[in-house]
Design a protein around this ligand. Sequence first.
Ligand code: TXA
Ligand code: MG
Length: 317
Amino acid sequence: MTKLLTSPKCAAALLKAGKLVAFGTETVYGLGADACNGAAVAGIYAAKGRPSFNPLICHFASADLAYHYVTLTPLAEKLAAKFWPGPLTLVLPKSPNCPVSQLASAGLPTLAVRVPSHPVALALLREFAGPVAAPSANRSGRISPTSAAHVLADMEGLIEAVLDSGPCAVGLESTILDLSGPYPVLLRPGGVSLEALEAEIGPITRATESGDAPKAPGMLLSHYAPSLPVRLNATQVAPGEALLAFGPPLPGATLSFQLSAACNLQEAAANLFEGLHVLDEEAAKHGLKRIAAMPIPAHGLGLAINDRLARAAAPRH
Ligand code: TXA
Ligand code: MG
């Protein structure tokens, strides 16, 4: 049985013992393991059913701690000073003799590092005092969890414990920026907008979705999938559809979830995964077979929201 914890200290002790513990961050709940313990990290891949080539983000209590594990660049220092703690992940070359398990970085010469801002996550990371590898705490291909209840619904019995940290304020995964090459590349839009990053460091290249071996395998197209199919940019509700609304809802839906009545992108981001979870669960009771998502503007956090919706709508493998 998976334990529901409230003490970061207990959670850190379990991590030190090589167990898997899910914990809340400001983005989504992460499934944590000691990043330097290969067996514990293997447990993450097993519990998630995740393809083993998909590397994990290492979480730290502070930028200074993170800097022991990667090779810093001036851009990284600038962005860390501005956005950490917060929903930004930086991919950097590993430091020489980096003790993080090869499995956590999927054998890459780089490491993805982040300092979250959630106070419970920070308390856990301070207590643990080392890198905690943590992908989102859902089984591979499922919607990311934004509450302890979501984690339990998906992973009960598969992990040791969940540290209840309340809801996730941002509600979307971190923005991932690759700073390991000659110029910065956006690997995944997320909780820090592209505009905010570009305001600090100038133009940023966006990773193209090539079919090549995954550089950011989280870019796998069918990802974040609810069990129902999703139709994007809906301007009317068809029979058999539940509505994911943004702003004044389209008429005719028997079941709908409002992302933000006032068309606030931050509010919509925070509600997105909750909305997909709720519609997925409730649709069957209403005999509905598909989710129709209203259009979301493509600026600010809208870039990340549209990215997740496009993945939810992608053909399944
Ligand atoms: O907000 C978040 O980022 C959440 C919370 C728990 O921190 N974590 C999260 O992890 O979304 P995950 O595993 O679902 O997504 C991590 C992404 C994957 O797409 C992975 O491919 C990419 O980070 N990644 C990790 N290490 C990388 C590396 N060295 N180079 C390129 N991409 C990397
Ligand atoms: Mg994920």
